[in-house]
Design a protein around this ligand. Structure first.
Ligand code: ADP
Ligand code: ZN
Length: 610
């Protein structure tokens, strides 16, 4: 839960916030964290993606004496983070294996000479004897400002981002006891939290847990029907020309979907671990640097992607868990502007994933965990209540219905399928739990097929008790019973259905079973509400010209466009149309350095308006 006592920010942190980063106020717990770390305290920071974790160590880095060392697992992204800081006038550099020897030698010289405010390093680089020895000397001279450990959940062996080198980072507390450490993550679950504290020796660190809500993300889940066409309609109607990520489970599907979207005129690129290293890097770099690219990817893509203007994340396959879903969808809308998390799902997907778990090689504990995670996810897709409430409850946060998810915006129509579900379960039981759905449905509907006759199932008490519902409805019901775990599929016995313990409450009359009615078929209205919120009459052309200017400037300086200015900043400029440098300085996202570097250009663009 957020800390309720506001902590007054010291003048110097506010000064840095305004003049270096161009923002007027700290968000949420930022002020408290900054002051705590600046005063030498250790911190464990849990904040959702887009919450503003970077400033929590960047500002203390500038307030304290010496260089702050930032451990970051993704060398591909360090460069962009460092570029962004340099654009803001901060002395930042990075050391990683992608660098030429003379380049890293120059960085090391700057480090020793005390010319760096922040040094980003890959964990394996930090742990080299050479760099540790250099840091020893700086430490003796009191010139290490702090250690920041970004993406701290990489120490967790249960997570799919596990990085063995992270385990060795506990050495920092032993070797540099006087230096404050701040670990940061957007992973919300309590287990991972404890693991981070334990493995990084941060048991005594003050914890800052922010709300994990991402109010600007709209959650939507649709029944899979023709997923490609549904995806295309979603992109065309809501996100034409905007950047997004489409997640698929398999490499093949990634390739095929990207190619197909390309044929439909969407600028889509594939990304998965099976691609050549250079191609992957090139695609990632285009996604970061160019406007409006759709990345079709396996979950290999995304950690640490700090592109702020990803407008949507789409899932064509079920993620493995709610944690995974939340992390993946969290990559949308880091800039705080409206974004969407969209997923197409079908009960078959659940059945298939359950089968994959059953047939996997893993130990029982692994399977048990995987099943529990999948069940929680099924609860989310099946819920007829607020999705956000469901998600936040999963992370231990209570909240109101949000008004910004599909179920809140268009409450689903449901029918009470309790009685039908009971008949279905009883149908399975009376036929001996040895048959698949097709046969059980025939029996329920009273069809005299050869199989029914052979097995004398026209004699069982459930024969014909379900003639009132058509076959399609029964199919849906059985799929849902399997998806929600009341029935299990025995793949070794010709997909025979068996009852599970979860079926008991329903059979005893202690539980109800509601089914979503299929939404009425109608052309989805083009919803403009998710487009960036531009009030009528705003000079769009100015915004477009500012974007073109930004693209040219970014190319010239060889940095991603958002490193120059975020969309939100350009938008505010287009709205406010400042006439002087002083007015321009009041826009959020313009610090002193950027005002100097670009202020005149921007005022010229505005003045060109007729
Ligand atoms: P995280 O690392 O938690 O995902 P970032 O540090 O990348 O988040 O910040 C997300 C976005 O919010 C960035 O674009 C950042 O510039 C912006 N931001 C952070 N703090 C503030 C603030 N106090 N005021 C305005 N914008 C902020
Ligand atoms: Zn809601």
């Amino acid at each position: 839960m957020p800390l309720m006592t506001p902590v007054a920010a010291s003048p110097s942190s506010l000064h840095l916030l305004e003049h270096v980063f161009g923002y007027t106020a700290f968000r949420g717990e930022q002020a408290a964290i900054v002051e705590h770390v600046a005063a030498g305290g250790d911190a464990l920071v849990l904040m959702p993606t887009g919450g503003g974790k970077s400033l929590c160590f960047q500002i203390p880095a500038l307030m304290r004496t010496g260089t702050a060392v930032v451990v970051s697992p993704l060398i591909a992204l360090m460069q962009d983070q460092v570029s962004a800081l340099r654009e803001a006038g901060v002395a930042a550099a990075y050391l990683n294996s992608s660098q030429a020897a003379d380049e890293s030698a120059a960085v090391e010289r700057d480090l020793v000479a005390g010319r760096l405010d922040l040094l980003y390093v890959a964990p394996e680089r930090l742990l080299t004897a050479r760099l540790l020895a250099t840091l020893d000397r700086l430490h003796e001279a009191g010139r290490i400002a702090l250690f920041a450990i970004d993406e701290a959940h990489c120490v967790s062996q249960w997570g799919h981002d596990f990085r063995p080198e992270y385990l060795q980072l506990s050495v920092l507390s032993e070797r540099f006891p006087a230096v404050p450490r701040i670990a940061l993550t957007a992973t919300a679950d309590p287990e991972t939290r404890e693991e981070i504290a334990r493995r990084l020796a941060l048991g005594d660190a003050r914890r800052f847990v922010s709300s994990f809500d991402r109010p600007n993300i709209r959650y939507r889940m649709v029944d899979k029907d023709n997923p490609r066409a549904q995806l295309l309609a979603f992109i065309r109607d809501d996100h034409a020309g905007e950047a997004g990520i489409v997640y698929c489970l398999s490499r093949r599907k990634v390739e095929e979907t990207a190619a197909w979207l390309g044929e439909q005129g969407i600028r889509a690129l594939p990304y998965h671990a099976g691609m050549a290293q250079e191609t992957r890097a090139a695609h990632q770099s285009r996604f970061l640097r160019e406007d409006g690219i759709v990345m079709v990817a396996t979950i290999a893509f995304g950690m640490g992607i700090d592109k702020p203007d990803v407008r949507f994340v789409a899932h064509l396959d079920l993620p493995r868990s709610i944690e995974g879903y939340y992390q993946e969808t969290g990559r949308a809308g880091r800039d705080g502007l409206a974004a969407q998390a969209w997923m197409a799902w079908g009960a078959q997907d659940v059945v298939q994933q359950r089968r994959m778990i059953d047939e996997s090689e893993g130990a029982d504990e692994f399977k048990w965990r995987a099943r529990a995670r999948l069940d929680a996810l099924v609860g989310l897709v099946e819920t007829t209540g607020c999705r956000r409430q469901f998600l936040l409850a999963h992370f231990g946060e209570a909240g109101e219905a949000c008004g910004n998810c599909d179920n809140c915006l268009e409450p689903p129509r449901t029918w009470d399928a309790t009685d039908a579900a009971r008949r279905a379960l009883s149908g399975v039981f009376r036929t001996g739990q040895r048959f698949g759905a097709g046969h059980v449905i025939d029996v329920l509907r009273g069809e005299l097929t050869d199989k029914v006759r052979d097995w004398k199932h026209d004699q069982v008490s459930t024969f014909g008790i379900g003639a009132d519902l058509d076959e399609k409805t029964w199919r849906t019901l059985f799929r849902q019973l399997v998806a929600r775990g009341l029935l299990a599929v025995d793949h070794d016995r010709h997909s025979a259905l068996t009852l599970t313990d979860l079926a008991r409450p329903l059979l005893r009359g202690e539980a109800e079973f509601a089914l979503r009615l299929a939404p009425e078929k109608r052309r989805a209205k083009r919803s403009r509400s998710t487009r960036l919120d531009i009030p009528d009459g705003v000079p769009l052309t100015l915004f477009d010209r500012l974007r073109a200017w930004r693209a040219a400037t970014a190319r010239e300086r060889n940095v991603p466009a958002y490193v120059i200015f975020h969309d939100a900043t350009l938008r505010e400029i287009a709205l406010a149309r400042p006439a002087t440098l002083a007015e321009l300085a009041g826009i959020s996202g313009i610090g002193d350095r950027k005002l100097d570097a670009y202020g005149a250009d921007i005022l010229a663009e505005i003045a060109r308006e007729v």
